[in-house]
Design a protein around this ligand. Sequence first.
Ligand code: FAD
Length: 409
Amino acid sequence: MNVVIGAGISGLSAGQLLGDDVVILEKNAVAGGLAGQYRAGGFAFDYGGHYFHFQGKPGIKEHVEGFHSFRMYRRDSKILLGKRFIPYSLQYHLAYLPARLRRPILEEIMVAGGEGGDDLESFLQAHFGEKLFQLFFAPFMGKFYGRPLSTLLAGMDKGSIPVPRKEEVLAGARGRQRGGEGYNPVFYYPEGSLQGFIDDYGRPLAGRMRCNEEVVRIETQQRRVHTRAGSYRYANLVSTMPLRALLGMIDPPPPFPRRQLQHLSTLVVNVVLSRRRRRFHWLYLPEKRFPFYRAGYYPGSGAVAVYLEKTVAAPSLPDARELFRETVFTLRQTGMIADAREILLHDPKVIPVSYVVFDRNWPRLVPGILAHLRRQRIFSIGRYGSWNYSSMADDILMARETAMALAQS
Ligand SMILES: Cc1cc2nc3c(=O)[nH]c(=O)nc-3n(C[C@H](O)[C@H](O)[C@H](O)COP(=O)(O)OP(=O)(O)OC[C@H]3O[C@@H](n4cnc5c(N)ncnc54)[C@H](O)[C@@H]3O)c2cc1C
C-alpha cells in the first residue's frame, strides 16, 4: 500500500494518481492544509495559498479546471512609499518616485554590472544599486525575513525579483508602465471559494482519506507509519508535512541536524470591512512605521475581506489589544479604512511554518536529506515537504510527477 501524509493540495494531487491502494492520513478534520480555508464569525478566510499562478506549468490549469472553474485576475499590486502608491515592481516604475530620489537611483541602475555574490544582499545591490536597495529592498525584505539579507542565498528570490533590462528601467523612469513582469502578472482564484475547489478536488478520494489521523512515528525498517489511532504498513510513503517535523518522527532518527533547517512563521490578521476603499489586490509595506509587510484584499465578490501579514519570531499570538491597534493604524494609513468602525471582524492566525529560509545550511543539508529519505522509500514533497519555495501550482506538478514515477516503478 502507498501511504500519503497530509491532505493539502500536494497530498490530494499525489493521491489522485496512486491508484486504489492508497490511504491519505490527515491530522486535521478537513482536507486543504494551507490551500484550504477556515471560518470565523460567519466568514471564510484563506489560510495561506490565495492565488494560483499557472505560468510555466503546462497542463496544471487544465487539470484543476477539470474539478472546478477559476476566474482570472490581472495583477494590480502596489508598493506604498510615503503617500505614493507605486505599481509593483518598483524597478520598472521609477517615474513614480520624486525626482530627487529617481535620478540618483536611475544613474546607479544604469551602470550596475549585475551578478554580485551568491547572497541576497549583494545580488540586490549588484542589480539595483545601493540607493534602491536602501529605499525598498533592504527595509522590505529585512522586515519579511527578520534576519540580515547577507546571510541568505539569492537563488530563492531570483525568480520573484524580476531584473529589468536597462532600456526597460529607462522607459519605466519616463513613465511607460509595464504590467507583465514577475512570476504572476495574471493569476486565478476558484469561482465561489478556495475551499469549494478543495472540496471538489478531494471528493474522488473521499473513501481513501482518513481525517483526524495524525502521524506520530515512522519506523523505516518495518516501513510502518503510526498514528494516534493505529498503524499502516507502506510500500512507498509520500509525506507533505514540513521536512523538519518529518525528520523528528523517523525511527531510527536520521543523521541530520534538523534544527538547522530554518523557516519563518507568519501572523495573518484577517479582517472584514464594511466597504472597499482601495482597488489594488495587495500592497507591499516596506516602511518601518508599518508592523506588517503586506496588506491585501481577498478575491471574490462576497464580503470585503482583507489580510495583513507579518513575520513573527514565535508561533504564538501577540497581545490582542496591541495587534488591534497595529491593524487599525495600518488600515487607516493605507486608506483601506477611514475609521475603526469600518472593521466588522478581525481574526488573527499564526502559520507556524510559512516560508523556508534559504541560508547557507540549505544546500548543505536539504538535497542530501531528501535523497536519503528516497532511498528509504519516503518521498517528501510539496512546499514544506521538499523544504523549498513553491506555489500551489508547483506543488501540484511536483506531486503528480512523484506519483506517476511511483505508479510506474
Ligand atoms: C502566507 C502565505 C501565502 C501564500 N500565498 C500563496 C499564493 O497566493 N499562491 C500560491 O500558489 N501559494 C501560496 N502560498 C503557498 C501555498 O499555501 C503552499 O504552497 C501550499 O498550500 C502547500 O501545500 P502542501 O499540500 O504541500 O502543504 P500543506 O498545505 O502544509 O499540507 C500539508 C498537510 O499535512 C497535514 N499534516 C501535517 N503534519 C501531519 C501529521 N503529523 N499527520 C497527518 N497530517 C499532517 C497538514 O494538516 C496539512 O493538511 C502561500 C503560503 C503562505 C504561508
